[in-house]
Design a protein around this ligand. Sequence first.
Ligand code: PBG
Length: 310
Amino acid sequence: MSAFKRFRPRRVDEDTRDRYRETRLQPADFILPLFLVEGRGIKQAIPSMPGVYHYSADALIPDLHHLRDKGLSAILLFGVPEHKGLEQAWDDRGIVQQAIPQIRAACPGLEIITDVCLCSYTPDGHCHVGDNDSTIEILARVALSHARAGADTVAPSDMMDGRVWAIRQALDREGLNTPIMSYAAKYASSFYGPFRDAADCAPSSGDRRGYQMDPPNGDEAMEEIAADIEEGAASVIIKPALSYLDIIHRARSAFKVPVVAYNVSGEYTMVNNMIKKGLAREEMIEEVLVSIKRAGAQRIISYWTPRIIG
Ligand code: PBG
């Protein structure tokens, strides 16, 4: 070898590094999760997740206007009812169903995605009502009520078998072509802790390992994704993101539909805590998000969305 290769010239200063940068975060990559509560005039900080709020629909609108101006393109809505009770999940006057037209009127063009699950509504905090096949009928009802209210996309996060199929059938029967973004590979993860506080959905007994995926499994994620696409999913979510970058990468190579990664509450909190304690610089946030995009995610659901687009 007569000479060795020099890489360092690409890194001499920020302008140069920018020219060689392979991956860039863009506002359109991001989906902002939002927690909706009943009432009026509520914007309440969620203690387990600094920077994230419980909003009543009216109080959310001004903040959404602001974010929309900065380039926010999509939101993911979670309803957090004051009192438990399953019927509220598909009630036309439910929190999510009522908020959709208000958000639509205030922010035309913003993609409104709704989380379809039962765990914030069931008294025991589980994502099912006991039996798989009756649960998917209920989930179809919930999704239908969201679609009727005007949701652009419905996102089932329950991990029941056949729910994409049941939802697609229910929507088609009503002539609704609302796309399904399914949480296809959702793992039984320890990274959901802060969210369960925010959505008041921690299981009162047991855990979710009987329905969410076993973390050591990768091939099975490919089977789950293939099944959801076959059942009618238009895009698929891998969740969490950071400990599952290999799954994101594999999904992107193996399938044609858009791959979405959910950068979950525990990932958000872990990094924020390091920054708060002075153990990391704020750039850690961009490093985390760019790793998810570099792994192959076309879209990222993240609580840091306001910071990135801001
Ligand atoms: C429940 C649901 C969870 C999350 C989204 N939907 C929690 C769980 O499955 O226990 C987690 C999101 C996050 O941690 O940010 N269906």
